[in-house]
Design a binder for this molecule. Sequence first.
Ligand code: GDP
Length: 715
Amino acid sequence: MTYQFALVGNPNSGKTSTFNQLTGAKQTVGNWPGVTVERKSGKLRKAKEITIQDLPGIYSLSPYTPEEVISRNYLAEAPIDAVLDIVDGTNLERNLYLTLQLLEMGLPTIVGINMIDLLKRKGIQINFEKLSYGLGVPVVGFSALKQHGLNKLIDAAKKKAGNGDSVVVYDSRLEAALAEIKALLPEEISESKRRWIAIKLFEGDELIRQQVTLTPSNEKELAEIIKITEMIFDEHSDAIIVNERYEFIQQLLALATIKEEEYRLSLSDKIDRVLTHRLLALPIFAFFMWGIYFLSIQTIGTMGTDWVNDVLFGSWVPDILQQLMNQWQVAQWLQELIQDGIVAGVGAVLGFVPQIFVLFFCLALLEDCGYMARIAFVMDRLFRKFGLSGKSFIPMLIATGCGVPGVMASRTIENEKDRRLTVMVTTFMPCSAKLPIIALISGAFFPESSWVAPSAYFIGMGAIVLSGIALKKTALFAGDPAPFIMELPAYHLPQLGTVLKSAIDRAVAFIKKAGTIIFVACIFIWFTSSYNFTFDRVGEEESILAFFGRLLAPIFAPLGWGTWRGAVATITGLVAKENVIGTFGILYGQSGVSETGTEICQVLRGDYTPVAAYSFLIFNLLCAPCFAAIGAIHREMGDSKWTWLAISYQCGLAYCASLIVYQFGHIFFEGGQLTVGTLAALIVLGLLLFALIKRPQQKNSPLLQVVGEVVGGEK
Ligand code: GDP
């Protein structure tokens, strides 16, 4: 038995290579009649009974180029047993367009997917069986170049020979039109060709129109069918067919191919493998935060701050103001108010603008590139272990800017107990107003250590996590964590505009506050620290402020900084945390030294030991936040009992933490003696550890029952 096979394919699909491999040197070369298109045929090397006719490389079977006309005339008329459709596997979508047209012709077709050697390198996987199922014809993968799979191709062609059915079916509305057109065709057209002719007539193929003779009434009906179908699809008839073919191809590709890029780990996933790693995630985060604090507080930001403190508010502003005031003969007391109160206080606060700017610039970078979302995810994993939800991390993240929106962000937590818990602990994070305190203490007492400033961040976070663990064990807050599902955005390069805006917004808000609330507070502090109760101008030590400061100072003595100035600074910090620095600026500025930042540092070093200063930092970090944030806590808690509970908890924890740090630190690092304070610190440490490790409470303890009843009738 002899076979006639036709080789069809897109240009560059490897048709010539395949033809040469199959036929070897025994080729007949000539021209197609009437055109200069090369015509080649040959007998199969290994089976002489098989003749292969090579057709020109084409993309389509439309009537527009000589190659297409030759090919389709040959395919329509020559006695072919099978068509070998050579498809470039790396270009399936474009190549299958021709395949579909071969199937539309009802030809017995075998699809040979060539270049399978390249598929792997291009990251494409083709399931030949599924493709074969979708097309309804055999599909064989092979490589003409590597001479692999060619025998299988020929075997499949032999099996398929003469059997031209296909399962390619388009949209039912189009199929209905095609069926109607088929019915109009003259009877002498064979069944196998009727569908293809119908498609061509529908497309408006001029050559076929000329070949098929229709009765005038059938002509009219054909036009009618096309018109109606075009109206249904709202598309020109040839476009309808093209769209249907591509639609079919899309479905085929979805069925039978996988592009590696679709399941390969994206770059983001790869980065996440490291950045959200179970063990590495937190150390990496700590390293980033250290870097940020190092840049903003220790290096770049400090250069700006030193300039603002030493040059701008150290000489320029006071000198210019002094000249003006001398010229205008301003009263002495007003001169002092302006220089020693406002310039010293507000100036000390404004000195931190460069550091704030750099810090928030860096934080915005991490946020904008998508890293912070990962941290929420990592925190969720950590928090969940202790019964907290990662949702609590979002308010904390926001609180690094300002506690007020941070507390408000807790609204997203549905579970009331978790929300209250979050509201209570969120302000432990160092906000922008606490940053100057951190910067001042770390700069003045620990200029050599780059870990002191970021440690404030970790202490804030640690206080939150440990509070969460301990409080979750109490009946007031017990319960399962709310589920937290968050989609991690892909990493991307941060947008400079967004990042800059975020940093500028923070800096501007900080400056505005310095010009309003801090300004007023500085006037108040200057006045109360310059006058006594009978409004006589006195030295600082005899002032109203010193009187009240001394009343409070003993409370803070066990923490190592029981001076009236430290006590007053802490209290004014409740109005706004920047006031701590403003107060220091005024109080330490007046003690005979100028008010610039560097000099405040020197005087501070005279008043406190480094451990005491660190204890001061911890207390101011953790104690009740400023009035604005307390207001926010009150709004979110919904009643004053819960608000008082929150404030008491914050101040209590701050006191305990500072006590432990000072008492032990003083002994270990500063050669201090064991005192009653040490014993107290030991007891407090023991109690805190007990709160952390004790088993969760099923029933309220007597103490908690009392608290529960007081704060809201919790039983
Ligand atoms: P035609 O235009 O369809 O006749 O394609 P050719 O036979 O001229 O091949 C086009 C290009 O594809 C040539 O550079 C061939 O070497 C290359 N090629 C053909 N088959 C394969 C194959 O199986 N693997 C690879 N890697 N390249 C191939």
